[in-house]
Design a protein around this ligand. Structure first.
Ligand code: PLP
Ligand code: TYF
Length: 396
């Protein structure tokens, strides 16, 4: 049965990790994958996580099955974080939340449920988007098309083109939106632009699916949920996938959530029953540890503050790397203005480096970037930033 099996293509980003790991140069730098490293180039274990884990380890709780949708403590913690503790949606019982295996798992449960709900819909993702968005919705059985997003000339969003496209979509189309820290471009919408997107979604009867994998990495927990706040106020129904992989540095624990905003408490009851069916026939119920840690950090005023401080530390360090890289490239007389890098938000920048330049960075310097020119600023640190600035200047 396997004789005719062909090799599947590697994930363009995770595949880079394999090449990076195999590289023996000591000066190598991995700007490929979207992972936050500290100034020593180490993956951090946050102090708030450490504290919560210590308590949990001492309690030695038994390991029964979790509810299909995860525990109420976790799901309510997520809801308060992404919609705000005093959200009217929550008071009205209009939000269904299920713990998921990271943001990816949340997208997958949402995609499978949407396939039952809207079997003939087309899914629209931004051009460009995170590579897995297309693959995931295609695997769920949807045709996937794009809406215009990034404008290479301005290094920002071509909002007029995006809006014009959304205004022509067939009713019932699904539109995948990045809440903040757009992956891969680092270019986000303003609050005023979000309001216009919401009007287009309302007018065309579209279904918004908002992916929030980087809450807290642009301006802060509250600031970064502006898109959700505006959607919440709109009265529309929508989907949200959220992830704690980056914000809690819990990548391998697979902690995320799918939230579905319905029109009423009664709808929520029915929608939850359907989401549970999707989960049950997929992996039955989520793992315990990561969700329990996040839930206990969010529930404790002290740990929550510690986490927010640590998250702010990560955010500010990335910003410092952005401005540092801009300054260092300018100092070296780089034949291009890179000031846009400091304006982009989150972990990534679309540098405009060509495939050939990215290849040279890898071959000559051991610096790994995605072929599209995307770099992860969170992998820069005070020790490697000069080397990276030298290398980029050299390949320009
Ligand atoms: N969505 C976007 C835009 C991402 O960049 C990522 C990155 O990993 C994810 C979803 C998936 O998050 P997770 O690692 O929690 O599955
Ligand atoms: O875009 C990134 O680098 C992160 C990590 O299939 C990632 O979102 C990349 C590819 C993938 C899963 C996670």
């Amino acid at each position: 049965i396997f004789a005719a099996v062909e090799m599947a293509p590697r994930d363009p980003i995770l595949g880079l990790n394999e090449s990076f790991n195999a590289d023996t140069r000591t000066t190598k730098v991995n700007l490929g994958v979207g992972v936050y490293f500290d100034d020593n180039g180490k993956l951090p274990l946050l102090g708030a996580v450490r504290a919560a884990e210590k308590v949990r380890l001492e309690a030695m709780p038994p390991r029964g099955y979790q509810p299909i949708e995860g525990t109420p403590a976790y799901n309510q913690g997520v809801q308060k974080l992404i919609f705000g503790a005093d959200s009217a949606l929550l008071a009205d019982g209009r939000v269904v939340t299920a713990q998921a295996l990271g943001g990816t798992g949340a997208l997958k449960i949402g995609a499978d449920y949407l396939k039952h709900l809207l079997p003939n819909a087309t899914v629209y993702i931004s051009d460009p988007s995170w590579e897995n968005h297309r693959a995931l919705f295609e695997a769920a059985g949807f045709p996937v098309a794009t809406y215009p997003y990034y404008d290479a000339a301005t290094r920002g969003v071509d909002f007029a083109a995006m809006k014009a496209c959304l205004s022509t979509l067939a009713p019932g189309s699904i539109v995948l939106l990045h809440a903040c820290c757009h992956n891969p471009t680092g270019a986000d919408l303003t609050a005023a632009q979000w309001a216009e997107v919401i009007e287009a979604v309302r007018e065309r009867n579209l279904v918004a699916f908002i992916d929030m994998a980087y809450q807290g990495f642009a301006d802060g927990i509250t600031e970064d949920k502006v898109a959700l706040d505006l959607f919440a106020a709109s009265g529309l129904q929508f989907f949200v996938s959220s992830s704690f992989s980056k914000s809690f540095s819990l990548y391998g624990e697979r902690v995320g959530a799918l939230s579905v905003v319905t029109a009423s408490r009664d709808e929520s009851t029915r929608v939850l029953s359907q989401v549970k069916r999707v989960i049950r026939t997929n992996y039955s119920n989520p793992p315990t540890h990561g969700g329990a840690i996040v839930a206990s950090v969010l529930a404790s005023a002290e740990l929550r503050q510690q986490w927010e401080d640590e998250l702010a530390g990560m955010r500010l360090r990335i910003r410092a790397m952005r401005t540092g890289l801009v300054d260092k490239l300018a100092e070296r007389g780089a034949k291009q203005d890179f000031s846009f890098v400091a304006r982009q938000r989150g972990m990534f920048s679309y540098t405009g480096l060509s495939v050939a330049q990215v290849d040279r960075l890898k071959n000559e310097f051991g610096i790994y970037a995605v072929g599209t020119g995307r770099i992860c600023l969170a992998a820069l640190n005070s020790k490697n930033i000069d080397y990276v600035a030298d290398a980029i200047t050299a390949v320009l």
